[in-house]
Structure formats: C-alpha cells, structure tokens
Ligand binder design. Structure first.
Ligand SMILES: Nc1nc2c(c(=O)[nH]1)N[C@H]1C(S)=C(S)[C@@H](COP(=O)(O)OP(=O)(O)OC[C@H]3O[C@@H](n4cnc5c(=O)[nH]c(N)nc54)[C@H](O)[C@@H]3O)O[C@H]1N2
Ligand SMILES: Nc1nc2c(c(=O)[nH]1)N[C@H]1C(S)=C(S)[C@@H](COP(=O)(O)OP(=O)(O)OC[C@H]3O[C@@H](n4cnc5c(=O)[nH]c(N)nc54)[C@H](O)[C@@H]3O)O[C@H]1N2
Ligand code: SF4
Ligand SMILES: [Mo]
Length: 725
C-alpha cells in the first residue's frame, strides 16, 4: 500500500503520432528523474488493445538515441550542400543559439520576400506527426501570414481520398472493431500486417468465426501469405478487376436492387458501362483467370457481412483514383453497408470535424504582402518546383517565381519524394536557402543551411484523431525535450515573433490551440459535429473518447452508408459523377492501363514493373537510422525482390548485386529471388540514400507524373530494367 502511494513512477497518456491508421494510445511510464522508462499500448483503448507495433514498442531507442539533434545548427562557411556519410554530418554544421538561428532565418526570409516575392518561399511538410497541432496549425498560420507558397499535400492519399469522396462524400467506413463480425474480409492493396497491425486481431477473430481472408496485392505480404486466397494482381489493373466483378454481379443478378434504388445515383449508365468488362477481357489485364474473377465476384456478393479493407496502396498508380472509385462502388452494388461488419473502409478521417478554419487561419493571407492566398505547389512535384519553376519552362506545376527558400518540417523529401535526382539537384542549388526542422540528420538535412531540433510525441502536447478508427485522443507531454529540441508549434510561434507578426494568434499556447481545434464552447464542450460530448478536461482524465455516433450508447451499430442522405452533390452514393463530367473527365469508372506499365511503349526498354514499397519495420523513412529497427528489417533491406524467371533471364542469382535503372535514375541493390513478386514485377523497400552505397533511394526511379484523380504521386507506376552490377 505504502509502496504504491510513494511510487516514484507516473504514467502519462500519449498518442503515437506517426503516419499510421492505428493512432495508438501509448502509456508512457516516467520515473522520478523525469525519464521515460517504458512505453506500452493502452489496454483500455479498444483498437490499441494494449499492444504496440514492433516499431514503436522500441520507441525509447528513438527518444533517447545518441544520434538526436539537440541544438540549432548552421552550415559551416564553405561547406557545400550535398550527401554526407552517416556520422559525418556534425562536421558540416556548427551549433548556434535559438536566438541566432531564428533571427538569421527570419532576416533571410524577409530579404527573399522583399526581393522575389513571398511566394518564392516554399514550406514542405507532410506527416512526421499527425497530431492535429503538429501536422497543421501554427505552421499554417505562419506561412499564410508570410505569403509563402501553399503546398498541395498530395504525396500520400489525395488520389484515393478525392476518389472515395466522389462516391461517398465523406471518408467514413466500417469501424475497425466491427471487422471481427465479417464473414469475408478482402484486403485490397492494404498491407494489414505491416501497416495497420491493429486490424489484424479483428481479422483473426473473424476467421476463428469462419470468415475468409482474400488479399489482392501483386506482392506477397505477410498478410497475403496468411490469406485463404492471395490474388497477385498485376500492378495498376485494379479498376479492371472491380469493373469485371461488377460485370459478373450484374450479369448474374446478384446486386441488391432495393439498396441501389434507395441509396445510389447513376446505376443505369454504370450497368451499361460494365457490360464491356467481361471476365475474359479483365483476365487479360489482371493476369487472373476468367473463372477466378467470377469466383471472386460470387464469393464477395453472396457472403454477408463482407468487408473491403482498402488502404492507400491501390491509389499510388497512375489510374489509382479511378481504381479506388471503382472498388469503392462494390459494396454499394451489393448492399454490404447494411450489415454490421460489412461495407469497408479506406479512411475514417472524414469523421473528425476539427475546426481547421480557426487552427490554420487562411484569412491571414490577406495580411501578407500578397494580400491574397498564394499560389499552390504540388508536393509530389518538388523536383520540378525546385528546378523549373520561374524559369519560363513548361513546368507541369503552377507558375510564379522560382523557389528561393525551402522550409522543411515533418518530412524527409530527400528520401521520400518522387524523382529523387531532380529533388536533390534542386536542393543542391547553392542559391536556395533551406531550413530543416527534424530529430535526426537525414537525406534532407544534408542540403540544409539551418537544421533545427524537433521533438517526439513524448515531448509535446497534442490532440489527435485517426484515419483508422473513431477516437479523439489527447497526447500529453510526458518528458522534457532533450537538449534544446522544440515542437512545431513552438518553432512557428517563435518564427512569427522574429518576423514581427503582431497578430495575437501567434502567441497561442498548445492548450489554447487544442481548445480551438475542439471549438470549445462556454460550457467547456466541443461544438464540432460528433464531438459535442467532449471536453478537454474529460480528455485529460480519460485519454481517449469515441466520437458521438460511435459511442454506441444503445448498442446500435455505426453503419456509415446504410441509409440517409450523403454529402455528395446528389445526396446519394454516386456511380455516375456529374462533378467529373463537368471537368471533362469520365463520369463513370473505366480502365486505362497506366502510361508507365507493361502495355506502354516504354516497356520495350524497361520491361519490369517496379514497386518501391514501404518497409514493415520503418515508417516511410522514419526509424531507418536506428540499429534495432534495421536489424528487424535486415532480410529485405537494400534488396530487390525478383521472380525466378526474371532473374534467370538476366543471369541473376539470389545475393547478386544488381543495377536497377530507368531514364530518371538508378540504384544498386542486392537481388532477393524468393517468389514474393509475380513474373514481370520487381519490388524494393523504402530506406535512406545514406544506407545505399550509391547514395540513392528507390525514389531515384519513381516519377513526378500525377494520378488521374487528386493529383497524387504515382509511386507504383514505374518501369525499370535490371542487370547484374
Ligand atoms: N510499417 C509501416 N507502416 C506504415 C507505413 C510504413 O512505411 N511502414 N506507412 C504509413 C503510411 S504513410 C501509409 S499512407 C499507410 C499505407 O498503407 P497501405 O495502404 O497498406 O500502403 P502501401 O504499403 O503503400 O500499399 C499496400 C499494398 O499495396 C500493394 N500494391 C502496390 N501496387 C498495387 C496495385 O496496383 N494494386 C494492388 N491491389 N495493390 C498494390 C503493395 O504491394 C502493398 O503491399 O501505411 C502506414 N503504415
Ligand atoms: N517509393 C516510395 N516513396 C514514398 C512512398 C512509397 O510507398 N514508396 N510513400 C509515400 C507516402 S504514403 C508518404 S505519407 C510519404 C511520407 O513522407 P514523410 O511524411 O516525409 O515521412 P517520413 O519519411 O516518415 O518523414 C517524416 C519526418 O518527420 C520527422 N518528424 C517526426 N515528428 C516530427 C515533428 O514533430 N516535427 C518535425 N519538424 N519533424 C518531425 C521525422 O523524423 C522524419 O524525418 O512518403 C511517400 N514516399
Ligand atoms: S506506428 Fe501505428 S501501430 Fe505502431 S504504435 Fe504507432 S499507431 Fe500504433
Ligand atoms: Mo502515407
């Protein structure tokens, strides 16, 4: 008893802020000296269920890594920008005080703004943290007020997100917890085991109750290896498969007529369209047998409940938007949304109605030197933005002044952005002024003029939703930041002070920002739709609170699209989209092979389709610098996975060094001939250039071409050739 009372430990509720659908509730144990000594999944959070993935279970290795950047740093005079070997980065920089860093950066940005216009300053951020504040609040205010270019954050999910919303109006889906009730689960371009591991226990529970798991993925993921049926579809042909399934469903009269009549728009033209997608034609594209397409359509339609787990894999292809649209229509044809545990999900993020207007303060753009919102630059075309903008060339990005300053935070574009050689060429420009706010030296800091130390989610306070569940969660600061590391909110608040921005919103504290995100009313409760029962005080006490519709007070399930009016223009599920028609696009889904695929001219020179995939033990490029994580990833690290036939044709054996190249670049990897990819497809895992002898990542091969819908990146529509090095 006495021991418990005097326990020197306290436990703090935080939230894993990495870019993962699961947004786990993480309990951090802190000792009397203020050091975190343990991280664990919160057992009371229904999705986290008390466990963390392998990456974050070892999180203290990251928090207390001796490699962390602890102080603001400035590039030493005379040291050119360019790749540095690991461990040598410190020699390129010298320590400066925060005051010196902030005043020098502010002075330089002011000078650039005066000389070239503020739009020549480009922020570059993505999802280093997906905490609401850290992802986009003070930073957005700062760049709006500054007049810096706006960044179109397309690198991950825009193609699929826009496509989903064209069909359903809102990114909602079957609650993760309900997947356990499904009798059929189709993981379609979704690497559940690697990227969304808290869905797996639900899948297992469903299977114990007799459910089947089908995985549609060209790559044999661990999820695929454990499936009842793995369909190794050819990359970029998913729209054809979905249309072929619709063909079979309608031909055999398996659709749910009553649901279609009540809930959908444009069924007749869709029915007409899918007539051309016979199983035979679809088989020729997808590499499946016609009978398999029929079997899949029948099993999907006649099993109830059937849940479709899409994630963002499918939409990284040139026609990925259309593919997501077509797949998303399947549960609307079969009425799968009517059954608890049926339907499916791409993302649940549409459920979180944060008060972004207040957080981001777009109106501050009117006070910028421009007096209007600035131009927009697509983050998936960073290479073009840095090398072609403002040069009067036919850049495929909105025009305007050349980029003179790049402010990077929450992202490692040197490793993760497509067309790496163009990106690095741009970042190496001696006239470009670059600031990077991060926790570690990485492929981007090698090109920085200033490197500023950032915090982990243990070291700052934030509030978070999720794209894989329906809980609002509070992440409380558990420990002091090491050295002089500071949060994104702190940095951009300070930047505003040093730029002499007088608006009081730049002095908001994290607590004030959280209250704004929640739109807290006089009664202390949120005014955001679905959050009306939530107060900051309750969050402090409970850590996580489900959204209203998901609270399930009467035991009634959350069925997002079973009935009622939707947020689409017609108020219904849209098979036919007037929105697309007005833009001169195909109002119905159809299949076009990607311009970079086995069907294109380019395949004569580059006959292999390349999948530059995520690593199971890293988070995009995050964690790749930590020895423990590298050990877990060792089997596939710096490997090119090949089919035995493709390897043999090139006289390549397992373990040989191979050169992988196309017109954009090349990378040398080690062949792994293990049957994880079908013939004609090769695959690699994301990593840092610093860990590759040739100084490249897989993105040396990927292109800046954009998706058909949503202008997203096309990481999975890439052709290459391979030879023994
Ligand atoms: N361990 C780990 N977890 C992560 C991440 C990570 O890097 N590592 N990243 C996080 C991020 S940022 C995101 S966006 C999510 C994404 O999570 P997922 O959507 O699961 O993303 P991907 O791994 O890109 O793609 C999933 C699968 O799609 C397959 N695929 C590629 N091309 C095609 C195709 O044409 N058709 C079909 N059917 N499948 C295809 C790939 O082989 C891959 O196995 O995961 C998050 N979680
Ligand atoms: N070839 C290929 N390329 C891809 C993909 C792919 O599948 N294949 N996936 C794409 C996808 S889906 C995505 S989402 C992008 C991801 O691209 P990024 O969002 O750039 O993801 P990370 O590589 O995780 O880099 C995030 C960086 O933010 C830092 N960070 C973490 N927390 C904070 C913080 O609080 N403040 C600041 N200032 N920094 C912080 C981390 O240390 C890390 O360096 O990559 C894309 N690139
Ligand atoms: S990365 Fe994903 S699975 Fe791992 S702890 Fe974070 S939210 Fe959970
Ligand atoms: Mo992503």
């Amino acid at each position: 008893m006495a021991a418990a009372e005097t326990s020197p430990f306290r436990v703090v509720h935080t939230v894993c802020s990495h870019d993962c659908p699961d947004s786990c509730a993480v309990l951090v144990t802190v000792d009397a000296n203020g050091n975190a000594v343990k991280v664990q999944g919160d057992p009371s959070q229904p999705v986290t269920q008390g466990f963390l993935c392998g990456k974050v279970a070892k999180y203290l290795d990251r928090v207390y890594s001796p490699q962390r950047i602890l102080y603001p740093l400035k590039r030493k005079a005379g040291v050119a920008k360019g790749p540095l070997k690991r461990g040598e980065e410190h020699e390129a920089f010298e320590r400066v005080s925060w005051d010196e860093a902030l005043s020098s950066i502010a002075g330089k940005l002011q000078q650039i703004s005066d000389e070239f216009g503020p739009e020549s300053i480009l922020p570059y951020s993505y999802a280093g943290t997906i905490g609401v504040l850290g992802f986009g609040s003070m930073d957005r205010r700062f760049f709006h007020r500054l007049g810096g270019s706006q960044l179109d954050r397309t690198i991950c999910s825009e193609a699929g997100g826009v496509a989903w919303n064209l069909v359903y109006g809102k990114k909602l889906g079957t609650p993760t917890e309900d997947y356990k009730l499904a009798k059929l689960i189709v993981a379609w371009g979704a690497n559940i085991h690697g990227n969304n591991v808290h869905l797996w226990p639900m899948v297992e529970q469903a299977r114990r109750n007799g459910a089947r798991l089908i995985v549609i993925d060209p790559y044999k993921t661990r999820t695929a290896a454990l499936a009842d049926w793995h369909i190794a579809i050819r990359p970029g042909t998913d729209a054809a498969l979905a249309l072929g399934m619709m063909h079979v469903i309608l031909r055999e009269g398996l659709e749910d007529r009553a649901y279609i009549a009540e809930m959908t728009h444009g069924f007749e033209p869709l029915a007409e369209r899918v007539r051309e997608y016979t199983p035979e034609r679809v088989a020729a594209w997808t590499g499946m047998k016609a009978g398999e397409i029929e079997q899949l359509a029948r099993e999907y339609t006649t099993t109830r409940p059937a849940a479709l787990r899409m994630n963002y894999g499918v939409q990284r292809s040139e026609n990925g938007g259309t593919a997501v649209r077509a797949i998303a229509m399947l549960p609307a044809l079969t009425g799968a949304w009517k059954y608890r545990g049926g339907g499916g999900s791409l993302s649940t993020s549409g459920a979180f109605a944060w008060n972004k207007r207040e957080l981001e303060r777009m109106d501050l753009a009117l006070d910028s030197p421009l007096g209007r919102p600035a131009r927009t630059v697509n983050m998936s075309q960073l290479g073009q933005a840095l090398t072609e903008l403002g040069q009067g060339r036919d850049a495929n990005v909105e025009d305007g002044p050349a980029v003179q300053a790049l402010f990077v935070y929450n992202s490692n574009p040197g490793a993760v952005a497509p067309n790496q050689n163009a990106v690095l060429k741009g970042m190496a420009r001696p006239d470009l002024f670059t600031v990077v706010h991060d926790l570690f030296f990485n492929d981007t800091t090698d090109y920085a003029d200033y490197v500023l130390p950032a915090t982990t989610f243990l070291e700052h306070t934030d509030i978070q939703g999720a794209y894989g569940h329906y809980f609002v969660q509070l992440s409380q600061q558990a420990i002091e930041p090491p050295g002089e590391a500071r949060s994104n909110v702190w940095l951009f608040g300070q930047m505003a002070q040093y730029m002499d921005f007088t608006e009081t919103c730049f002095r908001d504290t994290e607590e004030q920002l959280i209250r704004q995100a929640l739109a807290v009313g006089l009664d202390g409760r949120s005014k955001n739709a679905g959050m009306e029962h939530i107060s900051l005080e309750d969050l402090r006490e409970q850590g996580h609170i489900p959204l209203a519709f998901h609270r399930d007070p009467k035991g009634s399930p959350f069925l997002p699209f079973a009935s009622g009016k939707l947020a689409t223009p017609s108020g219904k599920i849209e098979f036919y989209s007037e929105t697309l028609a007005r833009k001169g696009k195909d109002a119905l889904p159809g299949f076009l092979p990607p311009a970079e695929s086995r069907w294109s001219e380019g395949a004569k020179r580059f006959p292999l389709e390349f999948l530059g995939r995520k690593a199971d033990n890293y988070m995009n490029s995050t964690f790749a610098n930590l020895d423990g994580h590298r050990k877990m990833e060792a089997r596939t690290s710096q490997r090119l996975e090949m089919h035995p036939t493709d390897a043999k044709a090139r006289e390549i054996a397992d373990g040989d060094n191979v050169r992988v190249w196309n017109d954009r670049g090349e990378i040398v990897l080690t062949a792994l001939v293990d049957g994880s990819v079908p013939e004609g497809v090769v695959a690699g895992r994301m990593d840092w250039a610093k860990f590759n002898d040739g100084g490249a990542t897989l993105n040396a091969l990927t292109s800046e071409r954009l998706t058909d819908i949503g202008a997203g990146a096309t990481f999975y529509s890439v052709l290459v050739e391979v030879a023994k090095a």
